[in-house]
Design a binder for this molecule. Structure first.
Ligand code: PEP
Ligand code: CO
Length: 452
């Protein structure tokens, strides 16, 4: 294999490359980004890796979630806090269900770059560049908005920094205190038509958790600070390699390079070619890396990609995110699991039940159904179990807002119009996300009972 360097990716075929018209401006922006402070630290990255290694051994469960496409306009306190709240609530439900700690990973503070199937979009005879995410251009269908502008790399960096700053303050302060999980939902209870049953179940879970904490405190058990501190990690698709490379550095007293835009970047389904620029770039960094795997993936190639990304088979390094579809998962997953195991690779398997279950309605609206999403997760649990492996996490597109983008859980097809707000794919709303967490928790409980 060739020698890796910070720019060795540039000589590889680059899927989804952005055609920046002004390369001088791009160079200027990238130089500036190189000098700005990192968004995350190597300490946090190493800590997440340890926790993922723990999840690989079955001792933790990973919850990853957030927008399909984060927008700069959504960098406002309520939207950020609501996203944090729903992820905290879901994690609590999953802790109760699985009786294991949950690693919380947001799709946020940098989920600004989107792969597209076509470079241009045509509407009513007008052709413009497609929308590639707020890192590159704007969603509005107008020539100025769709203009590809390298300065947006700096804008996105600043918005990621503001988002992260707010999240760090919230999770470090009283807001996310595990003693008071009832604080996390106050605004929701008045705003959303939450079914009574769900509300009662959630209150019961939080009561049990607070009691358990108090009990352990009374016993003087371990480091409670450690137990009750809410940790929160970030992730995004590492699609724009100019952005990622500009924030990738060596740090004092550690080996190797860290991508300091986020704790866990992932490589998308469209950019994971073995000889491509993305695999070349990400094989050189120390972060844990996610790899999306769609239904047409060649399992042998996935094994090769896993080898390239993690040649020493370091625990905690590689997260395989399958997004196969509820109807296809049984045809594809067992073989994948088998090949990866035979190759002796240490990975964490998690399921993204969103991207294989997207459908287009006659009206042209893209949606996903709650039942399909849940079904892919349930089938993935079963298939892993059947193969002597385990499903170690889930990955959702969701929001803390009361949107109507996916059907089920209180939203009918005819309701989709009422608040369809996503900048890209349909997301679970607050209630759907919480119901999903309960469904998974019930499933985890049933498995534990069967094992006893
Ligand atoms: C995504 O996660 O938004 C995405 C584009 O996923 P995939 O690469 O799996 O299609
Ligand atoms: Co998406």
């Amino acid at each position: 294999m060739n020698k890796w360097s910070l720019n060795s990716w540039e000589s590889r075929p680059q899927a989804q490359a952005i055609d920046y018209p002004d390369s001088e401006a791009l160079t200027g922006v990238v130089s500036r980004l190189r000098t700005l402070p990192p968004l995350v630290t190597s300490w946090e990255i190493e800590r997440l890796k340890q926790q993922i290694a723990d999840a690989q051994r079955g001792n933790r469960f990973l919850l990853q979630g957030g927008d399909c496409a984060e927008t700069l306009d959504d960098c406002v306190p309520t939207i950020i806090a609501n996203k944090l709240k729903i992820l905290l609530q879901m994690s609590l439900v999953l802790i109760q269900g699985g009786k294991r700690p949950v690693i919380r990973v947001g799709r946020l503070a940098g989920q600004y770059a989107k792969p597209r199937s076509k470079p241009v979009e045509e509407r009513d005879g007008q052709t413009l560049p497609n929308y590639f995410g707020d890192l590159v251009n704007q969603a509005e269908f107008a020539p100025n908005a769709r203009r590809i502008d390298p300065h947006r790399l700096l804008d996105a960096y600043s918005h990621a920094a503001m988002t992260l700053n707010f999240i760090r303050s919230l999770s470090g302060g009283g807001f996310a205190d595990l003693h008071h999980p009832e604080y996390w939902d106050l605004s929701f209870l008045s705003r959303v038509e939450l079914p009574l049953e769900l509300r009662a179940q959630y209150s019961e879970y939080t009561r049990q958790l607070s009691e358990a904490l108090r009990f352990m405190e009374a016993l003087g058990e371990g480091s409670l600070d450690e137990l009750t501190r809410i940790e929160f990690f970030t992730s995004h698709e590492g699609l724009n390699l100019h952005y990622e490379a500009a924030q990738t550095r060596r740090v004092p007293r550690r080996e190797g390079y860290y991508d300091l835009t986020t704790h866990m970047p992932w490589i998308g389904e469209r950019t994971r070619a073995l000889d491509g620029a993305h695999i070349e770039f990400f094989r050189g960094i120390r972060n844990a890396v996610g790899l999306k795997i769609g239904p047409t993936a060649d399992p042998d190639e996935i094994v090769e990609v896993a080898r390239a990304l993690n040649p020493q088979d370091e625990p905690g390094k590689l997260v395989l995110i399958t997004r196969l579809g509820a109807e296809t998962v049984h045809q594809v997953l067992p073989n994948l699991i088998d090949k990866v195991r035979r190759a002796g690779r240490t990975v964490l398997w998690i399921c993204d039940p969103m991207h294989g279950n997207t459908k287009k309605l006659k009206s042209g609206v893209k949606t996903r159904d709650f039942e399909d999403i849940l079904l892919e997760i349930e089938r993935s649990f079963d298939l892993h179990e059947g193969c002597g492996s385990h499903l170690g996490g889930v990955h959702f597109e969701l929001t803390g807002e009361d949107v109507t983008e996916c059907t089920g859980g209180g939203v009918r097809e005819v309701d989709l119009d009422s608040n369809y707000a996503t900048a890209c794919d349909p997301r679970l709303n607050y209630r759907q996300a919480l119901e999903m967490a309960f469904a998974i928790a019930r499933r985890m409980q049933a498995r534990r009972r069967r094992r006893r």
